[in-house]
Design a protein around this ligand. Structure first.
Ligand code: HEC
Ligand code: HEC
Ligand code: HEC
Ligand code: HEC
Ligand code: HEC
Length: 300
């Protein structure tokens, strides 16, 4: 079963890659050029101020900086420290192929980065992780799971490719002077989130187990009759909107873990003690921890 699933993922990505090529997209050398193709969230802030403020506190906004240690170790130990991977990374396009194994979810915009830009970003990751270099930080802050990533780049089910400069939404009715709006149901489907919140198989067949949450959502929560989507719990419930709280948010964490405590009073007899101390008050405490989340917790 697993083999078939991996094979189908693999074929999907081959197709994705071929279609991407067919569009003849040009690779770019600088972050400025990249932002012309994939506008940063600050561009949307002028008209969507509320949602922008919500997004600013989410981890999607710092999806490189927040994972900096792991990304640095992958470059230093996973690539430079592993002879086989190092040899692959030294070939043209090789470093990009290795690093897209992380960036596909942590900064998908980099799919259009040239080898030169990828190297610059890899160096910045190491410089910021090791020396807190402010220039490196300024570059990395520009890479994240932005509005445009979700509402264009990742908004359709592969191999369907998004149209340039179209914003995909849930209503598709509003008119905007800035962008064309189209409705697409994928945004309201758990699979939309699962493309990043689950196991990923790279075009070369390597499975990346950065997180496996979607697998437990599908195999345990949905399989046991769970009805809610990721969006129901993480966006619609409690008006969470675009803040996407998770395990770093105490309120969400509490919601995820239910506690049932059952206490029974008992009296304990200990014949080895002096008479007046033989009967001692005691209690039996049963604590049940219940998982209320739609998946295994914690993730990782
Ligand atoms: C399929 C998409 C995907 C891929 C591929 C991926 N990641 Fe992640 N990564 C995520 C998501 C989503 C989270 C947040 C998971 C969570 O909190 O449950 C995450 C979290 C992390 C974290 C933990 C941040 C924290 O909470 O402390 C690190 C570190 C990390 N990733 C590094 C990497 C590295 C290095 C690679 C490449 C080898 C990689 N990731 C590949 C999606 C991905
Ligand atoms: C991680 C993916 C993700 C990111 C990042 C993201 N969105 Fe969304 N957005 C969604 C999803 C999913 C929905 C649909 C939620 C639903 O109703 O099921 C949505 C809904 C919307 C809506 C329509 C509903 C509403 O609340 O009015 C607007 C407008 C919107 N987003 C704008 C933005 C802007 C602006 C940003 C950046 C500041 C942004 N989004 C960032 C996933 C994302
Ligand atoms: C010049 C103002 C302006 C800018 C800039 C702007 N938008 Fe919008 N956007 C609008 C208006 C107006 C609507 C329609 C309002 C409505 O449907 O209530 C809209 C609607 C949307 C919707 C909802 C579509 C739906 O059908 O659910 C999304 C998603 C969205 N914008 C995302 C973005 C993103 C992402 C950016 C940045 C790349 C952005 N917008 C930049 C004005 C703007
Ligand atoms: C383009 C990839 C991508 C998509 C699509 C995406 N996410 Fe994420 N998400 C990430 C990454 C990467 C992180 C982790 C950032 C970090 O910790 O460095 C993250 C973080 C989160 C967190 C915070 C995790 C924590 O440990 O607190 C939540 C919650 C979350 N995402 C929910 C969602 C939901 C729900 C959706 C669908 C509506 C979604 N995400 C869509 C990539 C994505
Ligand atoms: C029934 C409600 C519910 C559903 C459905 C649900 N979640 Fe969660 N999720 C929670 C709660 C509650 C937490 C906080 C508990 C915790 O992390 O300990 C959480 C935590 C998370 C975290 C942080 C996990 C960690 O330990 O770092 C991520 C990421 C996340 N959810 C993503 C998703 C995605 C993606 C989906 C859909 C595939 C989804 N969730 C479906 C309720 C839900």
């Amino acid at each position: 079963m697993k083999g078939i699933r991996y094979l189908s993922w693999f074929l999907t990505f081959v197709l994705f890659f071929l279609i991407g090529k067919a569009y003849g997209e040009k690779l770019v050398d600088t972050l400025d050029e990249l932002e012309k193709i994939y506008p940063p969230s600050s561009v949307c802030a002028g008209c969507h101020a509320n949602i922008f403020e919500q997004w600013k506190v989410s981890l999607h906004q710092e999806s490189i900086l927040h994972s900096i240690g792991g990304l640095r170790n992958f470059i230093k130990f996973g690539i430079e420290g592993e002879p086989e991977r190092k040899a692959r990374a030294e070939k043209p396009g090789g470093l990009k192929a290795e690093l897209m194994k992380c960036f596909t979810c942590h900064a998908p915009q980099l799919e259009l980065a040239s080898d030169k830009l990828i190297k610059e970003i890899a160096d910045a990751i190491v410089a910021f992780a090791d020396k807190k270099d402010p220039q490196a930080k300024a570059k990395l802050e520009r890479l994240n799971v932005s509005c445009y990533v979700c509402h264009n780049l990742k908004a359709l089910h592969p191999p369907e490719r998004p149209e340039k400069n179209v914003i995909y939404g849930v209503k598709g009715t509003g008119t905007s002077p800035f962008h064309v709006v189209k409705k697409h149901g994928f945004l309201q489907n758990s699979n939309f989130c699962m493309q990043c919140h689950g196991v990923f198989v790279a075009p070369d067949g390597e499975p990346i187990m950065c997180n496996t949450l979607s697998q437990s959502y599908r195999d345990h929560y949905v399989a046991m009759g769970g009805q809610k989507t990721c969006q129901d719990c993480h966006m619609k419930a409690k008006n969470r909107g675009h803040t996407f709280p998770g395990a770093y948010n105490l309120d969400t964490l509490r919601e995820g873990i239910g506690i049932n405590v059952d206490v029974r009073q008992l009296v304990d007899l200990n014949p080895t003690l002096p008479k007046e101390q033989q009967w001692r008050p005691a209690a039996k405490v049963v604590v049940d921890l219940i998982n209320n989340a739609g998946h295994r917790i914690p993730d990782g």
